[in-house]
Design a binder for this molecule. Structure first.
Ligand SMILES: [Zn+2]
Length: 238
């Protein structure tokens, strides 16, 4: 007999922003903490900020990965008497989701552009919080003076080509994301569908030190800049 696999992290496969789910676990504390049978809320992690939104109309203050498997813990404002099996409604804040997805997707695009421009560089870390975007790679570019301009050209080309961002996920297996024809990378985050949803990805600075290259970036969404125009000095100050 076949069963549909149960996907607790429904955002892995769905861009829905509202569903109902059942309470699977209640934890006592200063805030109500719920695990649900399924969720649309992305927890903090993978360099991405948690989703915001509401559960049964109560503000979700924080979303964290649980201790086991794909568990997601939702921290809700106030103390509420939820019971196991209660059906609750989830609403994810669209603007916050879009912003987090845009910064996160730009980080993937930047990593792909970097590997295109300098195949010897290997991404090792990413931080995609709004206004703090940066990636870190092992290795150093061969021509540091030209590196930033070449990256910006590659990114502009990728956005102009409106490259697709595709997800490959089978329950129980790692989830992969791919920008255009770049190599697929494991990722549990949320993403834009296409790079054309960004107006620009701008390089704010490149720092090369002891075999590590750190690139900070900013994004322009359609119609609005999300950060000041001036470079971010000291982004990687030790
Ligand atoms: Zn991702």
């Amino acid at each position: 007999m076949n069963h549909d696999p149960i996907i607790e992290r429904l955002y892995y496969v769905s861009s829905l922003l509202a569903i109902s789910a059942s309470v699977a676990e209640v934890r006592e504390g200063p805030q109500t903490c719920l695990r649900l049978t399924r969720t649309l809320f992305h927890p903090a992690g993978g360099g991405q900020k948690p989703d915001a939104g509401k559960i049964n109309g109560h503000v979700v203050l924080d979303v964290r990965k649980g201790e086991v498997g794909d568990a997601v813990l939702h921290f809700i404002e106030g103390v509420h008497a939820f019971q196991l099996g209660d059906v609750v409604t989830l609403h994810v804040d669209h603007e916050r989701r879009h912003l987090n997805s845009a910064w996160h997707t730009a980080g993937h695009a930047l990593a792909a552009a970097m590997e295109e421009v300098e195949p010897s560089l290997r991404p090792i870390n990413g931080h995609h919080w709004p206004d703090e975007g940066r990636i870190e790679a092992s290795g150093e570019p061969r021509d540091p003076a030209q590196f930033q301009a070449r990256l910006e050209d590659a990114l502009a080309g990728m956005i102009a080509a409106d490259l697709a961002v595709t997800i490959d996920y089978n329950p129980g297996m790692p989830r992969y994301v791919r920008v255009g024809a770049a190599a697929a990378v494991p990722c549990g985050g949320t993403h834009l569908d296409r790079l054309g949803q960004l107006q620009a990805i701008r390089i704010r600075g490149v720092k090369i030190k002891k075999g590590i290259t750190r690139i900070s970036y900013a994004i322009d969404l359609a119609g609005a800049s999300t950060d000041p125009a001036e470079p971010l000095d000291g982004a990687f100050a030790d």
